[in-house]
Design a protein. Structure first.
Lengths: 80, 140
């Protein structure tokens, strides 16, 4: 299965890209995805913490990802 | 007609437009929060700020805040507008304006909206100093 992964804020600078395509096996959860993406991009551990959004909504760790989901890495927000 | 006005723009935010949107004959008061770019952070001089957004999700989250403000507090209308791109000292990154029949609800709703925006809306601020730049809140 394929995901589109988006990076924002500090994550864009750490990864050097705004988006990538990322392969996972079926039934991967958000918490498993976090481990996989951090294995591929260890520099993500430099961020304080980050949330995950799936298809433009905040996702919890138990959520199961589907083919073609758009998964965003959301570093601590600082709007306002 | 909608009771909420949500916007993210690279143009200058317009307080008059927000005011006109929320003004209503049934209301006894209007409360506005206007965020402004400060000239220093932790004693370092700020030259400019750069706001980047996950725009479609940020719009959705701002809409949720406006809808929650209307359901939680006795207010009539709310405008939540945020800027993106480069801003300089004194510029306005955010405007929240709320109208209500009675002022207390408007004050509470306005504070709720800006506090929640700062926690949940996917917008990021990079501070540029004379000797470098940093994403706010990004590192331990």
């Amino acid at each position: 299965m394929n995901l589109k992964v988006l990076f924002f804020g500090v994550a864009t600078d750490l990864i050097g890209a705004k988006s990538i395509s990322f392969s996972i096996s079926p039934n991967t959860t958000v918490s498993e995805f976090k481990i996989l993406i951090q294995e591929k991009y260890p520099q993500l551990s430099q961020i304080n913490s980050y949330a995950i959004a799936v298809n433009e909504n905040y996702a919890n760790d138990q959520m199961v990802l589907k083919n073609n989901d758009v998964v965003a890495i959301i570093p601590p927000v600082s709007g306002g | 007609m909608s009771n909420t006005s949500i916007k993210i723009t690279s143009e200058k935010l317009n307080l008059d437009k927000c005011y006109e949107f929320v003004a209503d004959d049934s209301c006894g008061g209007i409360v506005a929060f206007i965020g402004t770019v400060r000239n220093s952070t932790q004693k370092k001089e700020v030259i400019q700020l750069e706001f980047s957004t996950y725009k479609p999700m940020a719009i959705k989250e701002m809409q949720k805040i406006a809808d929650q403000a209307i359901s939680k507090f006795e207010i009539m209308k709310i405008a939540v507008h945020h800027a993106e791109g480069i801003l300089y000292v004194g510029d306005i990154p955010v405007i929240i304006v709320v109208s209500a029949p009675h002022r207390k609800a408007a004050f509470k709703a306005c504070e709720f909206a800006i506090d929640t925006l700062k926690e949940t809306v996917p917008i990021w601020k990079k501070e540029h100093f004379s000797d470098g730049e940093i994403w706010v809140n990004a590192h331990p």
